[in-house]
Design a protein around this ligand. Structure first.
Ligand code: DGL
Length: 263
């Protein structure tokens, strides 16, 4: 039995990397909806429909658990995905992402604020703000200041393979210029699983800020969510395999193909 990892495109590979590191013996099946990426500029109704279509493929293949490795789908479609998976454990990335941001914020020397960089649909859903406020409430702390910036041009550029392109770098600088000038740098969360692919460009555009990739916290949350017995049943071989499914295999960028060939 495999664990499904779903994203609109190649962003979820950043989560899969962390899952593999933490749980090397598990077999994974990765599904990237490259025929329909980006999700982040679409309406919630469209994101729900596309996500349900995609995960039904994984359900039909009999996955034992599912990681929704897409912040956009996690923000707007998680309850629908959970009911479509009919009792199979499903983990979204927003709650662990909020945890990763709050954790980094607590240990950041500068204080400042939490800046969420995400797709338009994720920002509009308010899911991160809500998750961070809930965490603060649970711990009885004063909620940190949260700002959000939607970055709709980034996912198409990443899917185009422009990781190290001057246009990508300039676009990132433009999106974060307001915060780059801030006198108290804070924590910037990569609230889209595509963004760890361009983490260097984001770090360069936000000098002094702590840039957080939540993938490892997502992997840890997945391990905790399943528990030891369920994980034991999923462990197949010393080194698990990865099966790759893309709704448009021709639309997989070369850098991701390169990663896949080495995985
Ligand atoms: N990786 C998806 C996310 O985390 C990208 C969404 C999109 O396709 O725009 O939000």
């Amino acid at each position: 039995v495999k664990v499904g990892v779903f994203d609109s495109g190649v962003g979820g590979i950043t989560v899969l990397t962390a899952l593999r590191k933490l749980l090397p013996a598990i077999d994974f099946v990765y599904l990237g909806d490259t025929a329909n990426v980006p999700y982040g500029t679409k309406s919630s109704g469209q994101v729900v429909r596309l996500s349900l279509d995609a995960v039904s493929e994984l359900r039909d293949r009999g996955v034992g658990a599912l990681v929704v490795a897409c912040n956009t789908a996690s923000s707007v479609a998680l309850p629908s995905i959970e009911s479509a998976m009919r009792g199979i454990p499903v983990l979204g990335v927003v709650e662990p992402g909020a945890e990763a941001a709050v954790h980094a914020f607590r240990s950041a020397p500068e204080g400042g604020e939490i800046l969420i960089l995400a797709t338009r649909a994720t920002v509009r859903s308010g899911a991160y703000r809500k998750a961070i406020e809930e965490l603060a409430e649970l711990s009885g702390e004063h909620p940190p200041v949260v700002d959000e910036q939607e970055c709709p041009l980034l996912v198409p550029m990443i899917e185009e393979g422009w990781l190290d392109h001057p246009i990508l770098a300039a676009t990132v600088r433009e999106y974060v210029s307001k915060w780059a000038r801030s006198s108290s740098p804070g924590v910037a969360l990569l609230g889209c699983t595509h963004y760890p692919w361009i983490q260097t460009a984001i770090e360069r555009a936000l000098p002094g800020w702590t840039v957080v990739n939540s993938a490892q916290v997502v992997a840890e949350a997945f391990r905790a969510r399943l528990g030891r017995d369920a994980l034991h049943q999923l462990e197949q071989a010393p080194v698990g395999a990865i099966e790759w499914l893309f709704t448009d295999p021709h639309a997989v960028p070369a850098f991701a193909q390169d990663w896949i060939s080495k995985a």
